[in-house]
Design a binder for this molecule. Structure first.
Ligand code: BGP
Length: 475
């Protein structure tokens, strides 16, 4: 093997989520999910953090982007053909839970929803592309939130079990790679997306967050157990946001604080899903805060016995931490801490840090000794279509190149990385802004924030660049 090459069988591809690309939000028996009721634009962030968020409000008019997405529901053939042209080996997609169980609590699934994913899976396989299926990507049926309080309620573990059993029964002979919960640690920042409820009550907020995450850990373990009973070589991963947290400077207080934050945000959920047990620093924190998880011995046993096969992750930025209260009042990076003077940020304030990806991959591999899979990474940017229809997205190429190179350096140092699937390989609706104009794609989709456009697909410059990387299996 040439030294610049990636390992044989490296899974190059791209990543999407159902609610951000399919559209057809109420077609063929699909029920509403959380994402279907969130508006786009500035209102979105305000709303998802509102304590009195009203799930009953009819936001039909406001939610254009999710409702139509890029109409992957009808365009999937054309899109998959383009993925195949780029040489994808794998395609990350989610199954929208509310397409299979419209209300979440029915006994029988919605056959039409299952048939849609049959078609998508078969289409991928016909090109030799492995589907990588996320079981839950911010798509909990809204009814489970309204009627049961979402992941706070242990009943939801059972509903998720029904759903995942149906999915595994149906697809596992054709699909080898699954992820349980998308960005399970996003619960700390966007609970409505990942846990399906908002609780801003000081007294109960933290306890409910930990209880809901615990229920997800149990549900994930059950899914793994069932899948393994059907297919021995199935590969199931957990999925987390990974970001290294730097101390702002060499002040030991800042270093200690950054380590504490990184352990809680990154390590805690991984410890549970990879090692099968809660880390002692979290148990101590729960004890100090008087939080009981209401876990049973049986649940802890399930968690211990059904751990993941690999760790998958999204990586967009690092965090910079200080204990200085005045500095902490200034607006910093999107997910953690204050501005890092050494890094530049995207238009949305996400600090670009390819070296950080290398740092965190090294650390996680050496701690957990499990294969890692970068299933999300990319640059959200506004693209310009030239008169001749070309899109010269050199900024995106630079971003992807620097991050891929960082992964390669980790591999050269002995880190096992299974693959790379850049986020939104085809333009889709942004999760945080609910808009189309924050684009990640290698393929452009002609749609704007107000729903205007032909929905036509155009190849960006990055499309040709990425195709070449895959072809040569090398940067
Ligand atoms: C992750 C989500 C994705 C995706 C991505 C980019 O947090 O898993 O769903 O959207 O971030 O974020 P955004 O769309 O907000 O730019």
């Amino acid at each position: 093997m040439n030294r610049s090459e990636f390992p044989k069988g490296f899974l190059w591809g791209g990543a999407t989520a159902a609610n951000q690309c399919e559209g057809a939000y109420n077609k063929d028996g699909k029920g509403l999910c959380i994402a279907d009721i969130l508006p786009g634009g500035k209102e979105r962030f305000k709303i998802i953090n509102q304590p009195d968020f009203d799930f009953e409000i009819d936001r039909e008019k406001n939610v254009y982007p999710n409702h139509e997405g890029i109409d992957f529901y009808n365009n999937y053939k054309e899109d998959i053909k383009l993925f195949a042209e780029m040489g994808f080996k794998v395609f990350r997609m989610s199954i929208n839970w509310s397409r299979i169980f419209p209300n979440g609590d029915e006994k029988l699934p919605n056959e039409k929803g299952l048939e849609f994913y049959d078609r998508v899976v078969d289409e991928l396989l016909s090109y030799g592309i492995e589907p990588l299926i996320t079981l839950s990507h911010y798509e909990m049926p809204l009814n489970l939130t309204k009627k049961y309080g979402a992941w706070k309620n242990k009943k939801v573990i059972g509903f998720f079990e029904n759903y995942t059993k149906v999915v595994f029964d149906r697809y596992i002979s054709r699909v080898k790679y699954f992820l349980t919960f998308n960005e399970i640690n996003s619960a700390f920042h966007f609970p409505l997306f990942s846990l399906g409820f908002i609780d801003n009550n000081k007294e109960t907020k933290e306890a409910n967050l930990y209880k809901a995450m615990h229920n997800q850990f149990v549900a994930g373990a059950k899914a793994i157990k069932y899948a393994k009973s059907l297919r021995k070589d199935v590969q199931i991963g957990c999925m987390s946001i990974i970001l290294p947290m730097y101390g702002y400077d060499s002040n030991p207080l800042n270093q200690r604080e950054s380590q504490k934050e990184e352990m809680k945000f990154v390590d805690f959920p991984l410890d549970v899903q990879v090692r099968g047990r809660y880390p002692s620093f979290i148990l101590k924190e729960l004890e100090r805060k008087n939080i009981t998880l209401e876990s049973t011995d049986e649940e802890m046993k399930l968690i211990a016995e059904n751990t993941v096969d690999f760790i998958s992750a999204s990586y967009y930025m690092s965090g910079t931490i200080t204990v200085d209260e005045d500095m902490n009042k200034t607006s910093g990076n999107m997910l953690a801490g204050v501005k890092n003077p050494f890094l530049e940020a995207s238009e949305w304030g996400w600090e670009v840090d390819p070296i950080g990806l290398n740092i965190i991959l090294q650390r996680l591999y050496n701690k957990y000794e499990l294969p890692l899979f970068v299933v999300e990474n990319g640059l959200g940017a506004k693209d310009k279509v030239e008169e001749d229809g070309s899109i010269i997205d050199n900024y995106r190429i630079d971003y992807l190149k620097s991050h891929i190179s960082s992964i390669k350096t980790a591999i050269d140092d002995g880190v096992e990385v299974m693959g790379y699937t850049p986020w939104g390989c085809i333009d889709l609706v942004s999760a945080s802004t609910g808009e189309m104009s924050k684009r990640y794609g290698l393929i452009y989709v002609d749609k704007d924030d107000d729903g205007n456009g032909t929905n036509k697909r155009l190849k960006k410059k990055s499309f040709h660049w990425y195709k070449n990387i895959i072809e040569r299996n090398s940067l």
